[in-house]
Design a protein around this ligand. Structure first.
Ligand code: NDP
Length: 324
């Protein structure tokens, strides 16, 4: 038996219980790993609260981890006990040990510590697909990134700076504004104090942005659409403030023949070769010092409830990890 954080029903942070679970032996195509570090992501809150319903309860939540291979099941090639690996899905990460399909993990380069890996796999591969595949960001791009000092935000802004983009970031405090600036934001807007739509219009000389990356959802809708140029792209990739209800397709017409997409990382890394390419792109920018992974909070895994409280109360910046 090992310990894990499980939920038996959806609810607040108190729904998470630290309890003994049986992990078992890996089946065909699976491996058993011991986590050295587990990653915290906003999707864990949606899974815990039931905003994104799970296949079954009770469930071990958590999408991201890094650790060593303990055992491999039948038919697994290219991995052996002792290998250092990391992953960003499927669910089941808030545990000391777990079983996972071998094809969902990537081997970690020696230069990447477990803690960095667990802090970056999900948020970093998200930055990769958002900036390179959902839209191709380059020197000509002006983009708006909401929650620029968050986990995805700090990684995406550093990466977008490297791509040469003009970056407008929004943040909820002055301290976060400094972090966003250090990560490469050309302009930072404190959207608790300032009207972000008006500021974006000013900063772009009335033109608007080519692309808006919005992980906030309810509170920034439909304002984010007003920050775009005609035929610009609205990337709604999360709902930290709540889901957008009653999306009006007609707004895309009235606000300038806009494009909209609601992507998720799991489509973009569904195929093994996409997962490997995305992870390698991330390892590359981290190894070259283009992107620094800011692990700004750590908690014992058994205290995951405290981590959720801080994340939901907007008290965290950058990445957060949980230590088994
Ligand atoms: P963050 O570290 O960015 O934390 C969320 C941040 O959102 C807060 O720190 C806060 O920053 C901001 N925020 C604004 N309003 C609220 C609110 N009402 N409640 C809570 N937070 C609020 O989290 P992640 O980096 O893990 O994720 C960022 C977003 O990206 C999430 O929506 C997540 O679901 C999404 N995501 C989507 C993926 C995809 O593929 N679709 C993959 C990964 C993440 P501030 O105080 O500066 O406003």
């Amino acid at each position: 038996m090992v310990h894990a954080i499980r939920i038996h029903q959806y609810g607040g942070p108190e729904a998470m219980r630290w309890e003994a679970v049986d992990v078992g032996a890996p089946g065909p195509g699976e491996i058993r790993i011991r986590h050295h570090t587990v990653g915290l992501n906003y999707i864990d809150v949606y899974h815990r609260s039931g905003s994104y319903p799970l296949a079954a309860l009770p469930a071990v939540i958590g999408m991201e981890g890094a650790g060593e291979v303990l055992a491999v099941g039948a038919g697994v090639t290219g991995l052996e006990p002792g290998d250092r690996v990391a992953y960003a899905n499927p669910i089941g990460a808030y545990a000391e040990e777990r079983i996972i399909p071998a094809e969902r993990v990537v081997k970690l380069p020696d230069a990447i510590p477990y803690q960095t890996a667990a802090a970056m796999m999900l948020q970093g591969m998200t930055a990769e697909y958002l900036l390179l595949r959902t839209f191709k960001v380059g020197p000509e791009t002006t983009l708006l990134f909401h929650a620029a000092a968050g986990g995805v935000g700090l990684i995406a802004c550093q990466w977008a700076r490297h791509l040469g983009a003009t970056i407008i970031g929004t943040v909820g405090s002055d301290e976060k504004a400094e972090q966003a600036r250090a990560a490469g934001c050309t302009h930072v807007i404190n959207y608790r104090r300032e009207n972000f739509v008006e500021r974006v219009r000013e900063l772009t000389g009335g033109k608007g942005c080519d692309v808006v990356y919005d992980g906030i959802g309810k509170d920034t809708y439909p304002g984010s659409l007003d920050c775009l140029k005609p035929r610009g792209l609205w990337v709604s990739f999360g709902n930290a403030s709540g889901k957008i209800e009653g999306f009006d397709l007609g707004l895309l017409a009235t606000k300038g023949s806009l494009y909209a997409t609601r992507p998720t990382l799991f489509t973009y890394i569904a195929k093994r070769d996409e997962l490997v390419a995305s992870a390698n792109a991330l390892f590359d920018v981290v190894a070259r010092g283009i992107v620094t992974i800011n692990v700004n909070q750590t908690y014992p895994l058994s205290a995951a409830a405290d981590a959720h409280r801080d994340l939901e109360a907007r008290r965290t910046t950058g990445s957060t990890v949980l230590l088994p």
